[in-house]
Design a protein around this ligand. Sequence first.
Ligand code: FUB
Length: 315
Amino acid sequence: MKKSFAFFLLALWGLAAQAQVYDWVADGNPLVKHKFTADPATLVYNDTLWIFTGEDFAANQQHTHMENWCVFSTADMKHYREYPVPLRADAFKWSSGIAYASQVVERGGKFYWYVSTDNTGIGVAVADRPEGPYKDVLGKPLLTVADCFASKHAWACIDPSVLIDDDGQAWMFWGNGECYYVKLKENMTEIDGEIRQVDFDGFVFEEAPWIHKHDGKYYLSYASGFPERIAYAMADHIEGPWTYKGILNEWAGNSSSNHQAIQEYKGRWYFVYHNGALKGGTPSSRSVCIDYLYYNPDGTMKRVQMTSEGVLPLE
Ligand code: FUB
């Protein structure tokens, strides 16, 4: 009797959780049409592609204002699910309460969400499942503008991007105006060693670094100039030296920012970014889009072709 009551409660809980999700079928770009989303970051976990974004506050917004992040998943690039809001900026009590760009990485079955909060620094929240719920794990920022030794402006400490390299070492890149990087300890919640600055010939860095690896090469893509285009550099080692390789993505219609994530999923490469193309879209009411990314035989990346059709469903 007791056991069946427990099952009944469990089923009720399952139904309630189900009721809070939003499911849809992809219909070209923008990928997310039921709300305004920005600053995508991707993660592949258990054969599923997860997309984490910020949520722009409203249509026709004239100044960037986000208060929470969102989480979406797909297993076939056709059927998508949004989960209940997994993390709000005011969960970081020390912060401005403003949600800037972020990225989630998995280590040892835990999910670490590195968030930026405009001028109050980068924090980290942790969860047992990609869809959360997430909790501020430090109760203080992991990094602040005081760590951005070459920067003079208040919002320099934004846009974290984390790569766990094949040898298990985690690295974080971030910045606005100047780009920094540092090792993370295995616990993923402390920096390890000296903070260094990225620099190379041709580096015009605005923000939005994204670090990824393909065929043994390191790729650092980033927003360049303003309005932003996405440029990139390649290196044989994560600490460089980096070689500038040119523009990867053009200005994204009706949005001065562009903010990319680059991800391999089930054998294809994807470029995820935002534009202002949804009805009511502005540079501060943005929308996440997805298109294909292709490599040349020498490992360089072809310029992305942004489309309204988006990408095909997987078989
Ligand atoms: O969305 C707020 C900020 O705009 C992000 O942190 C930047 O990358 C830019 O997209």
